[in-house]
Unconditional design. Sequence first.
Length: 233
Amino acid sequence: MDDALVEEFGITGSVPDSPLPASWNIAPSKEIYIINENAETGARELKSASWGLIGHWYRDLAQARTSQSHAINARCESVAEKPTFRDSFRKRRCLVPVDGYYEWATALGQYRPKQPFFISRQDGHSLSLAGIWSTWVSPKGERIDSAAIITHEAIGALAPIHSRMPVLLPAARWQTWLDPEFRDVEDLLALLEYSEPDPRLTAHAVSDLVNAVRNDGPQLIEPIALGEPETLF
């Protein structure tokens, strides 16, 4: 997967020594890929980070790990203000490349509550999710890179599934978003805005197997029939 991401995202800097294992069901605190710009060299890097941003104020590894489940996502409406996220939003932004993501239907939509869906691109290319990252250092010198995904209100055809969705950054915005020297909050928030999601997105219902983190494998993204409508698109 590393080679494909290097080409797709124009990686010119460092990459992980070994690729992350494939997973179809990543839980908080597990390693994910992120893409950032090196502040010293300006090179675009591919690295891994633990999912769930860790606040710098945690002094204990166990507490830091526990906190991650509450910080896997950052709402775009408050990312520039919340203490956990605001410093990273200004200085340490990233892309989170994924093959797809899951969303669970809410009671407000046309599907049964908590019905899981898998959302991806029809052409098989990665989704580029807007993210932020940071490095937590424990009193003992332990260092953990961690990251969160930025979300906003669901728009377009995805809205009937869930009220929120990740911010999907188009390639034309990557350079500005990743630039650690670009710190104007209003302009950064404007990069997260768009009126319609990528028209190449597709969504289909999947089984409840994905609800248990012990389950993993490509069977989790196999489509299941719901009747009418079977799929969103």
